[in-house]
Unconditional design. Structure first.
Length: 156
């Protein structure tokens, strides 16, 4: 199943502070911090929100990526949305998150000893369940559909 990629950063309080300093200093070129949008949202959510806007490029639309520091030791991407068009495709969303991770988060994480985790854009049942329960669900699913169709009077 195709999914939206998730980006999380975890670490000790001091490491997260160092990470944020490095991240905020690194963002540049075709990305910028949107402090005005952050100010409009301040006070309406718990924690701290950071907004980063990327300019439109041939391979990506102009969009805003939001990071939420919901605890002293945790930061995560909460949303990515387009600025000039109605919506992003899943591929566009995932590409923007992956680019932000590669260009800014990963280097800042390495320098500050925090853990940055970027999920894949495709998940299977094994990503949610241990191997044995996942196999049981797969077996049930395969047999349930067959017996439903083959044993139902409308399909004979």
């Amino acid at each position: 199943m195709k999914t939206l990629r998730e980006l999380t950063i975890t670490g000790g309080r001091d490491e997260i502070e160092r990470f944020l300093v490095r991240l905020l200093a690194a963002v540049g070129e075709d990305w910028e911090r949107d402090i005005a949008s952050e100010a409009r949202l301040a006070g309406s959510v718990s924690g701290t929100m950071y907004c980063f806007a990327c300019s439109e490029q041939e391979e990506r639309p102009r969009a805003a990526l939001w990071l939420h520091r919901d605890a002293l030791t945790h930061i995560g991407v909460t949303n990515v949305f387009p600025i000039l068009k109605g919506s992003l495709t899943r591929a566009e969303y995932n590409a923007i998150v992956a680019e932000f991770h590669r260009r800014f988060v990963k280097p800042a994480a390495q320098e500050s000893a925090v853990k940055a985790t970027l999920t894949e854009g495709h998940m299977t049942i094994e990503d949610w369940l241990p191997p044995r329960p996942a196999e049981l669900v797969r077996r049930f699913s395969r047999s349930a559909y067959r017996s439903l169709v083959l044993g139902h009077p409308l399909y004979e």
